[in-house]
Design a binder for this molecule. Structure first.
Ligand code: 4AD
Length: 447
């Protein structure tokens, strides 16, 4: 691998600047450093002022100045500070602080609207500023590292990464959550899933994967639904249900094991006990019909038309049923064999039981619920045509997709992992909106 050298002009500027993460070491005590960043927190006393500086890597260190030197400094002002490193156990985030000698100002910030304790609503309205909070910095770093290891996982398998359109002509996961758009003179939609296109790619590239935004016009406000989410999807020719489950559990375990090593500090900051994330494949596989029986035995009921009732075979598992089911587990589980009637048109049926689908969802433990969904695809042209007809979908829109069954159809399957759902579980967050820089929901499209 070729290592890149920093471009020289950046080098010049950086030469006097040290990143905070490189400073906080016993061996550096007594040495002088220059750092630059933003005023993350500020405590002005009569004689001394304590400025917590956040640099461009999101790390923070405390600096101490004589109050008269920094009288005009405000929260989020951008500054450059030179000082001598010392140890003070009382200093936040590691017990080191810089005894300030010199301060230069890039910009004095206006009154910053976000303080230490803020309502979720304000944090969402001022999201462009809230992403400077330590909590969101940690979450966004973990998210970035999830993507890094997802890519590495597929790279190690030599699966090809591909790109699929996000403006499409048809639905894949049901018409009720489609976002219509005007596409010149035609009606089009924002893509709900890249799956149909991934299915096309396997004929020339074999196993493929992609990461792209998916869009769902989710009309209900829930803590696990976004209108735009990041979707990691994979598709494989000549596969089996067993293979698909193995891939998913290995992917999730690989990402988690690497995250625990690389993002320890962020998990500590988020107060997330990573020993809760000790998981090893294989994850338990539960048959859908057994799950329904089990939930009935537990006296679990859902609400329908203002009345409570037991689950029946044929009901989809909603947030509450998945919460109840996964509460008792400390590892993810798979639910397999959902009824074909509650699955989209492309899902393959079991030859031993036409009503049972060859599909599986992975549910995260401790109540978090579904994070992946996938299975085998209907590869028979006649059956697929019939399913499209039965669902009332326009045959013309799917004609190109039917070509995949006309020209060399093979058994194949895949899955989709919702990155934010996954992250929500990993950081133990109540609300999925916390896992996105700029969340899109029914009630929010700005900033
Ligand atoms: O279960 P879904 O709808 O399945 C599909 O889209 C398949 N076509 C994927 C495939 O086989 N290639 O969505 C897959 C995953 C869910 O398990 C969930 O993690 C996530 O996408 N997801 C959402 N995440 C956040 N907000 C929403 N509104 C989501 N809808 C689905």
């Amino acid at each position: 691998m070729i290592t890149l050298k920093r471009i020289s002009s950046i080098n010049l500027i950086l030469s006097i600047i040290t990143f905070i993460r490189e400073i906080k070491k016993e061996s550096n005590v007594g040495r002088q450093f220059t750092i630059r960043g933003w005023v993350h927190r500020l405590r002005k006393q009569k004689e001394k002022s304590f400025i917590l500086i956040r640099d461009e890597k999101g790390d923070v260190v405390q600096t101490v100045f004589q109050s008269e030197q920094v009288s005009n400094i405000t929260l989020e002002s951008s500054i450059q500070v030179t000082g001598i490193l010392s140890v003070d156990k009382r200093a936040p985030e590691g017990g080191y602080e810089l005894q300030g000698k010199n301060i230069e100002i890039f910009n004095i910030s206006e009154n910053f609207p976000i303080g230490e304790f803020q309502s979720l609503d304000l944090l969402l309205t001022k999201r462009h500023l809230a992403i400077r909070t330590r909590k969101l910095i940690s979450i966004l770093k973990i998210k970035s590292t999830i993507l890094k290891y997802a890519r590495l996982f597929f790279d190690n398998l030599a699966w090809t990464e591909v790109q699929c359109p996000t403006i499409v002509k048809g639905s894949i996961e049901g018409g009720s959550t489609l976002f219509p758009i005007n596409y010149f003179d035609e009606k089009a939609y924002l893509s709900q899933s890249a799956q149909l296109y991934l299915e096309a790619y396997i004929f020339s590239l074999g196993p493929v994967w992609t990461i792209s935004p998916s869009f769902r016009a989710e009309k209900s406000r829930t803590v696990r639904h976004l209108a735009e989410f990041l979707h990691l999807e994979a598709e494989v020719p000549w596969t089996s249900m067993d293979d698909l489950l193995n891939i998913q559990e290995n992917l999730v375990t690989f990402i988690i094991n690497n995250l625990k090593k690389e993002r320890t500090d962020e998990f500590v900051y988020l107060n997330r006990n990573i020993s809760d994330l000790n998981i090893t494949p294989p994850f338990p596989r539960l048959e859908y019909s057994d799950v329904i029986d089990d939930l009935r035995k537990k006296d679990f009921k859902i609400e329908e038309d203002g009345k409570k009732r037991y689950l029946h075979y044929g009901d989809d598992l909603n947030i509450e049923s998945e919460r109840m089911l996964t509460q008792q587990y400390s590892t993810p589980i798979f639910v397999v064999g959902y009824p074909l009637s509650i699955k989209p048109f492309y899902v393959k049926s079991d030859i031993h039981d036409e009503n049972r689908s060859l599909s599986a969802d992975m549910l995260a433990p401790h109540g978090f619920g579904e994070i992946t969904s996938g299975g085998l695809r209907e590869d028979d042209l006649a059956k697929l045509k019939e399913r499209i007809r039965k669902e009332g979908l326009d045959q013309n829109t799917y004609d190109w997709y039917l070509d995949l069954r006309r020209y060399g159809s093979v058994i194949h399957g895949g899955f989709g992992l919702g990155i934010e759902r996954f992250l929500r579980w990993l950081i133990n967050s109540e609300d999925i909106k916390e896992t996105v820089g700029f969340p899109r929901t029914m009630s929010r499209i700005s900033p």
